[in-house]
Design a protein around this ligand. Structure first.
Ligand code: SAH
Length: 217
């Protein structure tokens, strides 16, 4: 696996991607650094590697995509804005890109993926990057992962029709949940903050994610 890049132009392409994210409003320097230093091309099939540093989602097989860098940066920035995070849960590992971006910025990350071959790919990708605080689980995360709860943040990268109560219940005090909500087409990206037993919801953006599905395959 070539971690450096896909050609001599890679460093410049990555810097241009970071500039684009800054233009779109990403401000957190640690998040921008993680985007700059993470080799997105290793998460992408060689046939599409020329698209690795474009700000677009790319197919990764199994009818799934690697998320758009802007959306990954936006979600990561949103959960980090209130201070450091010890324990983070991600639902929807895919090929592991979001996991790789947030792992260097937090204590421990648990990430669940329902499709076994994608889970296996993500394991290999994160191992190649030496991210030992990223713990990947093959399984259905639609009801969260109570085993390691409570979480300081939960990032959901597939869209349910409504917010599952089980996810809210797994948030620590002042914990943050970022989640796309709605049917196919356009969804609302919401940031929910737990204050005692109150859940304060803020609209961050309109986004398009694959649906959150039940069961594991
Ligand atoms: N976080 C990824 C995005 C992958 S797309 C990235 O950084 O690129 C969303 C992923 O969510 C898909 O791989 C899909 O299989 C997975 N998914 C959908 N429903 C799920 C569920 N109930 N539990 C776990 N993973 C799920």
């Amino acid at each position: 696996m070539n971690l450096d890049g896909i050609g001599v132009k890679t460093p410049r392409k990555r810097e241009r991607l970071v500039d684009k994210l800054k233009d779109k409003g990403i401000r957190n320097a640690n998040v921008l650094d993680a985007i700059r230093t993470t080799p997105r091309h290793i998460f992408i099939d060689p046939a599409f590697s020329h698209l690795s540093y474009d700000d677009i989602p790319v197919n990764i097989g199994y009818k799934q995509t690697i998320s758009q860098p802007f959306v990954v940066a936006r979600m990561t920035e949103a959960v980090l804005e209130a201070g450091p995070l010890n324990r983070v849960l991600e639902i929807g590992t895919g090929c592991g890109y979001q996991t790789a971006i947030i792992a260097p910025l937090v204590g421990e990350v648990y990430s669940m993926e329902r499709i076994k071959p994608l889970h296996d790919k993500a394991v290999a990708n994160l191992e190649a990057l030496g991210l030992e605080n990223a713990h990947l689980i093959h399984g259905d995360g639609s009801l969260g992962y109570p085993d390691k709860s409570p979480y300081d943040a939960i990032i959901v990268t597939a869209a349910p029709l409504g917010i599952p109560n089980e996810l809210l219940a797994q948030l620590a005090q002042n914990g943050r949940l970022v989640i796309p909500v709605g049917g196919s087409g356009s969804q609302e990206l919401r940031l929910i903050t737990r204050k005692k037993d109150q859940f304060i919801s803020r609209l961050l953006d309109h986004v398009r994610f694959v649906p959150l599905l039940k069961g594991q395959v």
